[in-house]
Design a protein around this ligand. Structure first.
Ligand code: 1HN
Length: 342
């Protein structure tokens, strides 16, 4: 809030003392356009990898997960990567289990390295492989376990700042380290993971996708099948992960996308309402955000605030693939979606 003006005025003193504030004093808050406090920011993989490596010995997996959260430098230490989303890099060593818990914020995981560890979601063990997207819908019990011999690293994405702003944070630790794992392993993929073919005997249309695992293999098949399409001049071959029972976003608050930028592809600039976090799955490129170039490579994570003009470009010798999460479902549900082309 702006510094009060005319506080010498007795009237202003009266209202301030009584927890009131004149609209004329803060009218500048009603900006003509969004002016996010979050800034565009990049966490390079060289740094994230070093942090992940050191975390293995520096911190145990106790009741809390070994998740290194990415705090936006513009948000003064707030629990947030953008105004609505938090991203983290989480490390699970061979033999470890991160204790079962549940929370009202929704979570997604995108697997960066390591194959075969699991997240058990409400009784279903979901086996995680590199490039997979795994969901943990709101309030579902989950524990992460690594019964393999290699370290697994993934990116977490949650709608924590949004949930917090709405005063809807709930959290509970499970009484056991592992929740019940009674359902078939990868069972939701067996039932719902068939792209455009959905089971007719299931009548539920849940707001959270009932499919917990979106495999990298299917993602790559789709990107490759579409690689000679025109795609979007702003996003390239950009695909949204969908709820197979509704066709909508994977969660009511977080949308997930994957986009292919073909070799030499230079996309046009645009800005949209809503914030995102990008993760580089493969390749090299450059995204100019608010006039500032961010050169990226595999593993990097980039925060993109609302309304910041941005343009992606593949600057490498091979395909580039970006995974991203955004708060678009909320923005659209509330009628706030806008875009402006450069
Ligand atoms: C959380 O619960 C997990 O479940 C990971 O693994 C990262 C970051 C912020 C808040 C909760 C997890 C998190 C988190």
């Amino acid at each position: 809030m702006n510094a009060p003006t005319k506080t010498e005025d007795a009237f202003h003193e009266l209202i301030h003392r009584n927890h009131m504030w004149g609209l004329w004093e803060i009218a500048s808050q009603m900006t003509p356009q969004p002016r996010p406090e979050a800034v565009p920011h990049q966490w390079k993989w060289a740094l994230l990898e070093e942090v992940a490596r050191q975390s293995a010995t520096a911190v145990p997996v106790g009741d809390e997960r070994r998740a290194m959260q990415l705090f936006n430098p513009g948000l003064n230490g707030q629990w947030a990567t953008t105004n609505t989303l938090i991203a983290a890099v989480q490390v699970l060593l061979p033999g470890e289990v991160a204790r079962a818990h549940r929370h009202s914020p929704a979570a997604i995981r995108f697997i960066i390295s390591g194959n075969g560890a699991y997240t058990a979601v409400e009784g279903e063990k979901v086996i995680m492989r590199e490039g997979d997207l795994v969901l943990t819908p709101s309030w579902q019990w989950h524990d992460h376990g690594n019964e393999t011999s290699e370290t697994v690293v993934w990116m977490d994405g949650l709608d924590v700042p949004l949930t917090k702003a709405l005063n809807c944070i709930f959290f509970e630790m499970h009484r056991n380290q592992k929740a019940d794992h009674g359902k078939p392993v990868n069972g939701s993929k067996a039932l719902y993971g068939h792209g455009h073919l959905a089971p007719t005997w299931v009548k539920e249309r849940p707001r959270f996708s009932p499919l917990m695992l979106y495999s990298f293999e299917q993602t790559m098949d789709a990107l490759n099948a579409l690689r000679s399409s025109e795609g979007s001049p702003y996003d390239g071959i950009s695909l949204e992960y969908t709820n197979p029972q509704t066709g909508g976003p994977v969660t009511p608050t977080i949308a997930c996308r994957v986009q292919l930028l073909r070799k030499g592809e230079k996309l046009k600039a645009r800005r949209v309402t809503g914030s995102s976090v990008f993760h580089v799955v493969r390749g090299k490129g450059r995204t100019v955000i608010d006039g500032k170039p961010f050169d990226w490579a595999k593993g990097d994570i980039i925060a993109l605030p609302s309304w910041a003009p941005h343009a992606h470009e593949n600057t490498g010798a091979e395909d580039a693939i970006l995974f991203s999460i955004s708060d678009r479902p909320v923005i659209e549900a509330l009628g706030f979606y806008r875009e402006e082309l450069a």
